[in-house]
Design a protein around this ligand. Structure first.
Ligand SMILES: *[C@@H]1O[C@H](CO)[C@@H](O)[C@H](O)[C@H]1NC(C)=O
Ligand SMILES: *[C@@H]1O[C@H](CO)[C@@H](O)[C@H](O)[C@H]1NC(C)=O
Ligand SMILES: *[C@@H]1O[C@H](CO)[C@@H](O)[C@H](O)[C@H]1NC(C)=O
Ligand SMILES: *[C@@H]1O[C@H](CO)[C@@H](O)[C@H](O)[C@H]1NC(C)=O
Length: 446
């Protein structure tokens, strides 16, 4: 569906393809082609200039003063290769994203509650901020490859339980779409297929926190052709990811997970296995829905009295220091398979133990999850202690070494200004890949 892009705006497509055509058929140099070429020369120069600016920008981001890139074991070789990848990644063809300027009721008004930008669904704010200031942003919508629609849907916190209330999400999104489609031509032109939204809550493009309701309602009709940036992902067909999408990590405030100075792979970790979070002793079965499918209850039951396990049910603001002290950090499913613990564990060097069947994890091309984490089936919780002991006795230090790779930690964090290799960078990279695929397909169709 995303292929049905109108050709009206794709001058650059033509240029790109013309150049290929000319390369393929150098003998065909009639008058028309010559004039075409000379008028395109200018644009070609512009393209070169754009690539060069991008290159310079990333070079400056990559200067040794950048704290994110400082303590790396395998720095310079990977760094220079990555730099080349970074610059070529967005330069050819250049990626351009237009960010709609919606009234503040759709977004910035919510920031009056500071939690809006810092809670686990906060990537809807972080990606918006990063795009506004990124080099791929274009203020000319007629040049754009993608249109970002900044609606914060997860910041309406319920006064009774403090959880984000998604009740108004669809209404708010639909009103934003109505607005942009009546005021500007771009939505109608592609039926929304080059428009990008963030859906950072439990079930992503389905706007409901309970799986059965989310599944029953599915992706709202008006968003079915768009690109969703979503935290929810499983390795099987699921109605809530049945849409063009990019899997993104949960949001964690980068400053809160900067490892302390004595942090190192060899750091002594005095907690063997750690989990802090909701664990019900007797989970209620509400019409077939049991929290965490009973996995957290099982963990508590089996290991609650095991002294190697630090399992806590109370909230504690200093829990990230506990993660930093732990060897293994349990990341069992909650309502949804994913959890911000995944990001926190990786950022603080605690080996994530993922217990969520079929979970799909973000940016596997950079984060080689099987090498930095352990995965157990939900039914294998019974043998959890045995698995951890075996790993501790065999390949633990290898896993910790892999985990220590700064590129891995960087990929999972969103920064206000996009940084080379961070989460927003990976989102752009994924969008760029879709763009290239789309173009190569239109190419062969002509
Ligand atoms: C916030 O959520 C509540 C409950 O779903 C809803 O009644 C209210 O209209 C929402 N607020 C806004 C501004 O959308
Ligand atoms: C887009 O389509 C809708 C529905 O057909 C229409 O109401 C609206 O005016 C169109 N927008 C523009 C800018 O033409
Ligand atoms: C929850 O209840 C449903 C029936 O409503 C039942 O099929 C299911 O096995 C129950 N699950 C648990 C874990 O008790
Ligand atoms: C470590 O060993 C466990 C089995 O004990 C295995 O499942 C896992 O894939 C190994 N991980 C690495 C990175 O070698």
């Amino acid at each position: 569906m995303s292929l049905q892009r109108p050709t009206k705006n794709s001058n650059k497509d033509h240029l790109y393809m013309k150049m290929k055509l000319l390369q393929n058929r150098p003998s065909r140099t009639n008058f028309a082609d010559k004039t075409l070429l000379s008028s395109k020369n200018l644009r070609y120069l512009l393209l070169l200039w754009l690539s060069l600016s991008l290159y310079l920008l990333f070079t400056s981001l990559f200067s040794p003063s950048n704290p994110l890139l400082k303590p790396t074991l395998h720095s310079s070789a990977t760094a220079s290769r990555a730099l080349i990848e970074a610059t070529t990644a967005f330069a050819s063809p250049p990626l351009r994203i237009y960010v709609y300027d919606l009234p503040p009721t759709f977004n910035s008004d919510w920031l009056s509650n500071p939690r809006c930008a810092t809670h686990l669904f906060g990537s809807e704010v972080a990606i918006h901020r990063a795009l506004l200031r990124s080099p791929v942003r274009t203020t000319d919508p007629s040049l754009a490859d993608y249109f970002f629609v900044p609606v914060y849907v997860a910041c309406n916190f319920s006064t009774s339980n403090g959880f984000p209330s998604l009740g108004h999400a669809k209404r708010s999104l639909s009103s934003a779409v109505h607005r942009i489609s009546s005021e500007m031509p771009f939505w109608n032109r592609s039926r929304g297929s080059d428009h990008v939204f963030v859906a950072s809550h439990d079930y992503g493009a389905c706007f409901h926190a309970m799986e059965d309701v989310a599944v029953a309602e599915g992706v709202p009709e008006f968003l079915r052709r768009s690109v969703m940036l979503q935290t929810f992902g499983v390795n099987r067909r699921h109605p809530c990811q049945d849409v063009e999408h990019v899997l993104i990590p949960p949001y964690v405030v980068p400053e809160t997970v900067q490892p302390s100075s004595e942090f190192s792979p060899a750091r002594r970790r005095d907690i063997f296995a750690f989990f802090r979070g909701k664990m019900e002793v007797h989970p209620k079965n509400i019409s077939g829905r049991v929290y965490s499918r009973g996995v957290r209850t099982e963990i508590l039951k089996r290991y609650g009295n095991d002294r190697r396990f630090r399992l806590k049910r109370q909230r504690y603001d200093g829990y990230q220091s506990e993660i930093e002290r732990s060897t293994f950090c349990l990341c069992p499913l909650g309502w949804a398979p994913w959890s911000p613990r995944l990001v926190e564990s990786v950022a603080l060097g605690c080996v994530p133990v993922i217990i969520a069947d079929d979970i799909r994890l973000p940016f596997p091309e950079t984060v080689r999850w099987p090498e930095i984490s352990l995965s157990l089936r939900e039914s294998e919780v019974r043998s959890l202690a045995r698995v951890l002991e075996r790993v501790a006795a065999t390949n633990l230090s290898a896993i910790q070494r892999n985990l220590w790779n700064p590129a891995v930690r960087r990929a999972l964090l969103f920064n206000d200004d996009v940084q080379y290799g961070d989460a927003t960078w990976h989102v752009m990279e994924a969008l760029h890949r879709k763009l290239r695929r789309r173009r190569s397909m239109t190419d062969t169709w002509r």
